[in-house]
Design a protein around this ligand. Structure first.
Ligand SMILES: Nc1ncnc2c1ncn2[C@@H]1O[C@H](COP(=O)(O)OP(=O)(O)OP(=O)(O)O)[C@@H](O)[C@H]1O
Length: 571
């Protein structure tokens, strides 16, 4: 058995609960025996009050046992179901750690959130309710059918026929469930993605007055989900209705057979009554069995979704360490595409020397951020080699490579935690004094002290209580504290006001004082001129490199970009 299949297996507690619920079903069947005995007394020799008390007591005892069994089974199933759910969610979490980081694009967020929440909860339903119900209803139906046969063979056969007719009904329903259930799940996934996007982008949407527009898109996904759900019900309901009709026509046919048998003296009055009661009960539980089987199949679609995540290709892991003495970065004839249609890097080759400040410039969409994505191993190159300190990073895990890199970009992610803890994520064992020092260097110490509880202030979900510049400086403080040999800065000042830009620039200046291999993508920073090396990217290649003076003398792409830039120095 594939390893992941074991995760879905019901554990001992769930198996106990299933056995308990099936027994509880058998006990329900015993009620008919008690009633049969009472009816026989009524019709054969006249009933006495003690007989009634005896029957009521028997029914009471059966009820008590059923209650005990049900309580134990229900509790066990809840504990067992929660334990399987925990295992599934944990495995999804573990799996996500090993899926290549580049996969986490915004449109997949809904897929993963949905799998870890709704789909897992759906599968728990299969384990805690559906499986036991299906076995219970099936066994009970079978038992009543065979028992009815001992009274009247025809009626018994009709009960068994009602059960057998479930097979074509279910086969027919499954086609609809597979079709519409899959569509329903897809629509739910899109809905979760839309909700996630709406909530995370709410601030931006408000600022652009687009709340209404996006809200419509969100409600569209909700409408699509409700439409598909309606189609699902519309496709399933007629099949269920036809089955109910068949069951009740069978009961009518049984009534005819029973009245004939009664008139011919082959069936006693109390037998007729009990058989009739059984038939009504069988029709009811057959319908419940049908509903449970349909729901079971539908919920298994969720299981398939979760399995898809478990089967997703994992990043190649290796224990190989990035054990190097220096931190040069080299690209050797690197080709890379996100999609087969567009080659983003084409034979890109360049070297970034260690302990130097490097700037990457180029037109929008030329592939600057892609170079960062490849250095950080969010993606693997299609061809060519990327080396750090002379070592090819191909066989090294992204976690290991990322240990050597601090990335400061525009999208600073902050946790809903204290300022102190948010910075400590960069280095878990950092002393408080080291955090204060890093914050001073990153120009954030003063604003942190002005916060309500200073370093112990909770900064809200993704730091929503802070300004863009403050968030940016906290991110630089993290990079300083992390003290990794490579620092990647991605257009960090592009969205800031002048005052904040100045503070962030000073913070970067302090970061650069510690000798590191620094690579930055910058549009508006005069610091580009100060870079030891400027790499100019065009059409997926580094077409020029050198310092500002060298490149200006070259009179090539960089010089043209520099001349075209306005007085505010837009590269
Ligand atoms: N995840 C992605 N999937 C598909 N295509 C992508 C993805 N990310 C970027 N691209 C495409 O790759 C090309 C290079 O993008 P990249 O972000 O590296 O450019 P850039 O030079 O950093 O641009 P900018 O200066 O505008 O940030 C662009 O055409 C972009 O549309």
């Amino acid at each position: 058995m594939t390893e992941y299949k074991k995760i879905f297996r019901p554990g001992i507690k769930l198996n106990i609960s299933i056995v308990g619920i099936v027994f509880e079903g058998f006990l329900t069947g015993l009620n008919f025996l008690v009633l049969l005995k009472l009816l026989r007394l009524i019709f054969e020799k006249g009933v006495e009050i003690k007989d009634i008390f005896g029957s009521v007591a028997s029914l009471g005892v059966i009820f008590l046992f059923r209650l005990i069994l049900y309580t134990i089974s229900y509790t066990e199933s809840q504990i067992g179901g929660a334990s399987v759910t925990k295992k599934i969610r944990k495995t999804i979490g573990d799996k996500l750690k090993h899926i290549p980081l580049g996969i986490f694009t915004a449109n997949k967020t809904g897929f993963y959130i949905n799998a870890a929440t709704s789909e897992t909860a759906d599968y728990e339903q299969v384990l805690t309710h559906k499986m036991a119900d299906i076995i219970k209803f099936f066994m009970l139906n079978l038992l009543l059918g065979f028992y009815a046969r001992t009274i009247n063979a025809y009626v018994g056969d009709i009960i068994l026929l009602i059960l057998i007719m479930l097979i074509p009904t279910i086969l027919f329903s499954i086609r609809q469930v597979n079709k519409f259930g899959t569509l329903k799940n897809k629509a739910r996934e899109e809905n979760v993605s839309a909700i996630t996007e709406y909530l995370t982008g709410c601030q931006t949407l408000r600022s652009y007055g687009l709340v209404g527009t996006r809200n419509r898109l969100l409600t569209d996904t909700m409408k699509k989900y409700s439409d598909v759900s309606y189609q699902y019900e519309k496709a399933i309901l007629p099949i269920g209705f036809a089955y109910v009709l068949f069951s009740y026509v069978s009961i009518a046919a049984s009534l005819l057979i029973m009245s004939n048998a009664y008139n011919q003296g082959k069936l006693l009055a109390y037998e007729l009554i009990i058989l009739f009661m059984m038939l009504l009960y069988v029709a009811k539980i057959s319908m419940s069995l049908y509903i449970s089987l349909v729901a079971y199949r539908n919920l298994l679609i969720s299981k398939n979704k979760i399995e898809r995540i478990f089967k997703e290709k994992e990043e190649k892991t290796s224990d190989k360490k990035l054990d190097v003495k220096k931190y040069d970065i080299e690209f050797e004839n690197v080709d890379f595409s996100y999609t087969p249609e567009e080659k983003v890097l084409n034979q890109a080759s360049f070297t970034i020397r260690e302990n130097t400040l490097n700037a990457i410039v180029g037109d929008s969409g030329s592939g600057k951020s892609t170079i960062f994505n490849l250095i950080s191993k969010y993606y693997e190159p299609d061809k060519g080699k990327i080396k750090i300190g002379g070592m090819d990073i191909k066989g090294i895990s992204s976690e290991e490579v990322l240990k050597k890199i601090s990335l400061v970009d525009q999208d600073v992610f902050l946790f809903n935690d204290t300022v102190m803890n948010n910075i400590r994520y960069a280095r878990e064992n950092a002393l408080d004094e080291e955090i204060f020092e890093a914050c001073k260097m990153a120009n954030c110490h003063d604003f942190i002290l002005k916060l309500d509880k200073g370093y112990n202030t909770i900064i809200g979900e993704n730091g929503k209580n802070l300004s863009g510049g403050e968030r940016q400086r906290l991110s630089i403080a993290r990079a300083i504290l992390r003290n990794s040999p490579i620092v990647l800065l991605d257009e960090v000042t592009s969205s800031l006001d002048i005052e904040n830009e100045l503070l962030v620039k000073r913070a970067i200046g302090n970061l650069l004082k510690t000798r590191k291999t620094v690579v930055m993508i910058a549009h508006t920073m005069p610091i580009v001129e100060k870079a030891d090396c400027i790499l100019v990217v065009e059409n997926g290649k580094v077409v020029e490199w050198g310092n500002h003076e060298q490149l200006m003398k070259l009179k090539g792409k960089y010089a043209r970009m520099r001349q075209a830039s306005d007085s505010s120095f837009i590269l």
